[in-house]
Design a protein around this ligand. Structure first.
Ligand SMILES: N[C@@H](CCC(=O)N[C@@H](CS)C(=O)NCC(=O)O)C(=O)O
Length: 214
């Protein structure tokens, strides 16, 4: 049984969860409350010394950190893994792009706008800076989707799942989806893929909500 350590509301945690769901895998979610700092508690640090979520424990108890590495592992040998070297390289290109040009800015802007709105006034300068840093990446992605249904030419893949994690909630980071019409169209297409479940459903997979390891 695969175990996914995750927190609610996180686009990074959503990526491996959605991949497991779309592939009909048997897995369990153990919830880590990052707002309470559970990810830095000794019990969790024994599982993931980096003290962040998501974290994936595989059936043979190997641990994998980094959401995009997890989905690469989960999708191995399935229709969600691009099947040519060129497509795999392009998938990686966009997955690195997501982690370097989008997630580091959309995620904190969203955190202090939507998850902790009481901090948004005191963090307004930082939020504005994160938004301005995310904008060129969002523009680039919107241009990409002008001629592509999904990230890769070939099909829906883990590159879409990686991108979707934070991009589909860009309005929660203070952007307007109407400013990115091609992203909007793509996000709707992702939500129509087989066995899709939304981010808000992660809680339904949770076992032992207040305990860490079993
Ligand atoms: N690049 C990592 C990011 C991991 C990360 O920063 N996770 C956040 C939640 S989305 C976290 O655990 N934050 C709490 C902390 O840093 O203490 C990934 O894609 O998995």
């Amino acid at each position: 049984m695969v175990t996914l350590y995750a927190c609610l509301g996180s686009g990074n945690c959503f990526k491996p969860w959605l991949t497991l769901k779309q592939l009909h895998r048997n897995f369990e979610v153990k919830l880590i409350d990052v707002l309470r700092g559970e990810q830095k508690e000794v019990e969790y640090l024994k599982i993931n010394p980096l003290g962040v979520v998501p974290y994936l424990l595989t059936a043979d108890a190997a641990g994998i950190g980094e959401s995009n590495a997890m989905i690469w592992y989960i999708a191995e040998g399935t229709h969600l893994m691009p099947n040519t070297a060129a497509d795999r390289a392009e998938a990686l290109q966009w997955m690195f792009f997501e982690q370097s040009k989008l997630e580091p800015f959309i995620s904190p802007a969203r955190f202090f706008t939507t998850i902790l709105p009481e901090k948004s006034a005191s963090m307004s300068d930082e939020i504005a800076e994160w938004q301005s840093k995310a904008k060129p990446g969002l523009r680039r992605l919107d241009d990409h989707f002008q001629n592509r249904k999904f990230v890769l030419q070939s099909n829906y893949s883990i590159a879409d799942i990686a991108m979707y994690g934070y991009v589909h909630v860009l309005e929660e980071a203070g952007f307007f989806m109407a400013d990115f019409p091609n992203i909007d169209r793509w996000a709707n297409d992702v939500a129509m893929t087989d066995h899709f479940s939304p981010l808000s459903d992660i809680g339904q997979s949770v076992v032992q909500p207040k305990r860490l390891a079993g």
